[in-house]
Ligand binder design. Structure first.
Ligand SMILES: *[C@@H]1O[C@H](CO)[C@@H](O)[C@H](O)[C@H]1NC(C)=O
Ligand SMILES: *[C@@H]1O[C@H](CO)[C@@H](O)[C@H](O)[C@H]1NC(C)=O
Ligand SMILES: *[C@@H]1O[C@H](CO)[C@@H](O)[C@H](O)[C@H]1NC(C)=O
Ligand SMILES: *[C@@H]1O[C@H](CO)[C@@H](O)[C@H](O)[C@H]1NC(C)=O
Length: 669
């Protein structure tokens, strides 16, 4: 039905929605003539679109408006609506809802072009049954307005997802891809979609408990999905949204799977699955093995029968680029290991014909990007050397980075220590412990980073320490899965042990130690600050998770299971249990009020317990700001607040006393 023309006042050209998503006006510009076209749905002018992008062939393009997908075969042809079930905020076609954007796909895009442009696969995500979250917006109107969106907290109804393929050649024809018949896949997530050939697509289905998954190959023309591989785990399944690589004919596929490697449990390695003529089952071979992880498969060259990938083989805190043969003994070699000392953590990508690769060195030195020829491993061109940054840093007192191995149980784990440039063994420094602790995460790496903590080291003579213990990634599944159903317990013990080890050093002033963390790290830093016998004096938490029942289903349930019928794991992990233990500690909580990921509710509930216990705390809010601070001035304000908080906490008592005296004198005078 035609809709009335809608005139909108010139609003903001680009409006952020969540971390990745936004709405905007789109204009197509001709490169030959000065012509432009506004990209609008039929009958609507100046529409703010949620997405617009080219297809793989000619001038094919799609755009998404009000959660419906529109298609144009060429720039000047008529727009065709491919699907009409979309409802704003409720039924999403081709785009993610909050949960899929943030926790599953980690992208707002939920549509996939077939390589020949003949078909488009898209997800329909139905949030009808998902409870709504309401966030009050305080500024901009006399009465606060509520911003509503569907958000699944632990144990609540999840969005339902369906996958469709629409045929764009000839009359429109839409087919649903049917989930594999398997009793384990009841309430499920689709975590990955990728076209293998122009008619087949790979789809990964994961059960809600996140301990069983099925990788299928779906026939786009019939909707039948056949099982290629399945995976089960006593712990949770990790890295479920990574796409496999295919040979041109689609008969061979490469993907990573966790496989048992001995004393430290499972590590991620490259599996090669080849279909055999006249056989119903595929042939599965593992191309790599060892107690290290393949972190990303980059390319497969059929010509050379070689697969290229990144791994932690050299060291868990590094990433290097390797090649391995897919035949014979799977011989493996490192392509980036001896390029430069400044280059320990790389990412990369290959040209379509695989004759060249682009290497991004992301640390420990100043990042740079270079193109190399694959066969000769010769540099072709330096693309970006970041000379300005290099020059700036040379004139600065940058921290010195050190590593120290800590033995806990059977593990030797790495502590990272940042010391001021003018470090003296005989001086006494305050210590700041930075924690993250998100299961599967990593904070100790050779990634280059400069932030407010760097400022504390170089301008306020602080020693900064990071350590990944139980629950962290890239050290095997035993270390990782240990925290299951007991979030916080082992991480707290580990970090305290590290604190006590480092505070034995004479250069550390035990009376001036603090901790900082964000989200899960905010949870952990609060645990550490309130630990019995904790030596920590102060701690700051940004957007802390304080109660996992309030947090996103896909995250909380992965580690703690469903809260119903047995909520004990959730009860044990609740930060409120610690409310009485913040006496004589300095706690700063920073929380934006419109945080769409860790709702302000976490902090509100937690401080109500602190108040009951007469505990001291400082709360800093950012009105109407979201989880990822959109405004630059707010980001600067946050960094400055953190520096100020720790600078004050770490100030030597006599100095503080002198300043107070000075202030008093000024008041009197
Ligand atoms: C969305 O889900 C609701 C509740 O299950 C159902 O009634 C409705 O038909 C679904 N809509 C679409 C477009 O799938
Ligand atoms: C997966 O989790 C569910 C719920 O906790 C459990 O009942 C089931 O046995 C688990 N499956 C595996 C393979 O561990
Ligand atoms: C597969 O089966 C077909 C027909 O049954 C036969 O012609 C062909 O030789 C078989 N191929 C192999 C590799 O066995
Ligand atoms: C906490 O507040 C009480 C008064 O309510 C005060 O006596 C005490 O010094 C405060 N503690 C800290 C660490 O600021």
């Amino acid at each position: 039905m035609p809709r009335p023309m809608r005139e909108k006042k010139a609003p903001h050209p680009l409006q952020e929605v969540y971390q990745h998503s936004f709405t905007a006006f789109y204009i197509i510009c001709s490169l030959i003539t000065p012509e432009t076209w506004n990209l609008n749905p039929p009958e609507v002018r100046n529409a703010q679109l949620q997405y617009a992008g080219w297809g793989p062939r000619g001038q094919q393009l799609i755009f998404i408006f009000e959660n419906n997908i529109y298609y144009r075969a060429t720039v000047e042809s008529r727009s065709i609506r491919l699907v009409s079930s979309g409802r704003e905020g409720v039924i999403f076609n081709g785009l993610s809802d909050w949960l899929y954007e943030e926790e599953i796909f980690q992208s707002h895009i939920a549509h996939w072009w077939s390589p020949d442009g003949a078909r488009l696969a898209y997800a329909t995500i139905n949030d009808t049954l998902v409870p709504k979250m309401e966030i009050p917006m305080y500024t901009g109107s006399l009465y606060p307005m509520g911003k509503e969106f569907h958000y699944t907290k632990a144990g609540e109804e999840n969005p339902q997802i369906q996958l469709y393929v629409v045929n764009l050649n000839g009359p429109l024809h839409t087919m649903e891809m049917r989930r594999p018949e398997d009793p384990r896949i009841g309430d499920f997530y689709i975590t990955m979609v990728k076209w293998a050939t122009s008619t087949k697509l790979a789809v990964n289905w994961l059960n809600r408990a996140q301990n069983a998954s099925i990788l299928t190959l779906c026939e786009a023309t019939t909707g039948v999905c056949t099982k290629k591989h399945e995976d089960e785990s006593d712990g949770w399944l990790h890295r479920q949204n990574e796409a496999p690589l295919f040979s041109k004919d689609g008969h061979k596929l490469f993907f990573t799977r966790a496989v048992f490697q001995g004393g430290m449990g499972k590590f991620f390695h490259i599996a090669m699955s080849s279909s055999r003529p006249n056989a119903t089952t595929d042939n599965l071979q593992f191309i790599t093995s060892g107690d290290w992880d393949v972190t990303e498969i980059l390319a497969y060259s059929e010509e050379r029968q070689v697969v290229y990938f990144l791994s932690t083989e050299d060291d868990p805190k590094r990433r290097h680029l390797y090649s391995a043969h897919t035949v014979g003994h799977f011989n493996r070699r490192c392509l980036s290991c001896d390029f430069s000392n400044d280059c320990g953590y790389v990412s990369g990508s290959f040209s379509k014909d695989m004759r060249y690769f682009l290497l991004n060195c992301k640390g420990p030195g100043v990042p740079f990007s270079t193109a190399y020829s694959t066969d000769e491993k010769e540099k072709v061109v330096d693309l970006e050397m970041n000379e300005d940054l290099r020059n700036t840093l040379e004139s600065m007192q940058m921290p010195k980075m050190e590593y120290r191995e800590i033995t806990t149980g059977d593990y030797s784990l790495t502590m990272q220590i940042l010391k001021p440039a003018g470090f003296l063994d005989t001086a006494h420094y305050p210590l700041l412990l930075l924690v993250d602790g998100t299961p599967g995460g990593q904070t100790v790496s050779e990634l280059f980073q400069v932030d407010w903590a760097t400022v504390l080291v170089s301008s306020f003579d602080t020693v900064v320490v990071r350590f990944d213990g139980w629950g962290s990634g890239f050290r095997g599944s035993y270390l990782l899965h240990k925290v299951q159903r007991r979030l916080g317990v082992f991480e707290e013990k580990d970090q305290l042990e590290v604190l006590s080890k480092i505070s034995e050093e004479l250069y550390i002033d035990k009376t001036r130690m603090g901790v900082f963390g964000k989200v899960y790290g905010g949870y952990l830093s609060s645990l550490l600050l309130s630990s019995e016998d904790s030596l920590l004096k102060c701690g700051a938490a940004v957007s802390p998770i304080t109660d996992f029942e309030l947090y996103a289903s896909a995250f909380s349930e992965r580690y703690l299971g469903l809260p119903k019928p047995d909520p004990r794991a959730y009860g044990m992990a609740n930060l409120a249990n610690r409310a009485s233990q913040f006496e004589d500690k300095k706690l700063l909580i920073i929380h934006p009020t419109a945080d769409e990921k860790v709702h302000f509710q976490h902090t509100a509930k937690f401080i109500s317990h602190l108040i009951n216990e007469k505990a001291n705390y400082t709360l800093q809010i950012y009105p109407d700001e979201g989880h990822y601070l959109h405004s630059k001035s707010t980001r600067q304000h946050e960094s400055q607040s953190l520096v100020n908080f720790f600078e004050e906490c770490f100030r030597l008592p006599d100095k503080a006393f002198e300043e107070r005296l000075e202030e008093e004198n000024e008041e009197e005078g």
